[in-house]
Design a protein around this ligand. Structure first.
Ligand SMILES: Nc1ncnc2c1ncn2[C@@H]1O[C@H](COP(=O)(O)OP(=O)(O)OP(=O)(O)O)[C@@H](O)[C@H]1O
Ligand SMILES: [Mg+2]
Length: 232
């Protein structure tokens, strides 16, 4: 569904992604792991169209989207749950969801109800300012907002970051349920062992290059990765 080939990207003159090739098959959960500053966020932002490429191509559903704007990519079915959530704290929970549905008039009440069914706490707090939500609730809202754009591919940037263990489990539970609904996902996680345990396939990125890739079970069994990333 998503095919990236030879992608390079830079901040000014400093290239930080050096020829990334990666694919995400339809209905699969693919995870991307790597240390701080490896380029994970830059890669997700390049896929969603907010980070310019120097070279390389991005294909989505067989279509070359390399030159499409970020807005056109959302229209084509790609949504990102950004690092650090980036919800609008002064707006209500419901208005944050409506913003996620802006491409089709703010979304329908049925769509919002589906999000509230998935995250009941958001329904209870729908009329409250989103800035008052806990970290975990804000993460649920960031996921809900992305779902409002009716994505077929969801890019998740460290959704469990900074959450208490019980909420980390809840976020992984949500990812699991999205997967059973057939949503294709590319998941960036520092919580590598937990992410790989759920994923079909994984990639390891080190200073802007993919150094390892394979079915999750194979990566989990790799002694080098176990030591460097999985803490096993
Ligand atoms: N806005 C920016 N301007 C200049 N350099 C940047 C900018 N954002 C990131 N970088 C650099 O690009 C490289 C990749 O950063 P990126 O944020 O993509 O890494 P990451 O894997 O997401 O890291 P983290 O785990 O900390 O989120 C790093 O060397 C970082 O310092
Ligand atoms: Mg990052």
């Amino acid at each position: 569904m998503l095919e990236i080939s030879g992608l390079t990207s830079a901040y000014g003159r400093i290239e930080v992604l050096h020829g990334i090739s990666l694919s995400v098959p339809a209905s699969q959960l693919v995870c991307l792991i790597g240390g701080n500053g490896a380029g994970k966020t830059t890669l997700l932002r390049a896929i969603s169209g907010v980070q310019p490429l120097k070279s390389g191509t991005i294909r989505f559903d067989g279509q070359d989207i390399t030159r499409l704007s970020a807005e056109e990519r959302v229209k084509s079915g790609i949504a990102q749950v950004p690092e650090g959530r980036q919800i609008f704290g002064s707006l209500t929970v419901e208005d944050n969801l409506n913003l996620g549905g802006w491409l089709h008039g703010g979304g329908t009440s049925a769509e919002r109800d589906a999000i509230y069914a998935m995250f009941p706490i958001l329904g209870e707090k729908r009329n409250l300012a989103a800035g008052g939500l806990s970290g975990g609730q804000q993460q649920m809202l960031a996921i809900g907002r992305a779902l409002m754009s009716r994505p077929r591919l969801l890019l998740l940037d460290e959704p469990s970051m900074g959450l208490a263990p019980v909420l980390v489990e809840q976020v992984f539970g949500v990812i699991e349920s999205l997967r059973t609904r057939g949503i294709t996902m590319l998941l960036v996680e520092q919580n590598a062992a937990a992410a790989l345990a759920k994923a079909d396939y994984g990639y390891v990125i080190e200073t802007g290059r993919i150094t390892h890739s394979g079915p999750s079970a194979q990566l989990i069994g790799d002694p080098k990765l176990r030591e460097a990333y999985l803490g096993i």
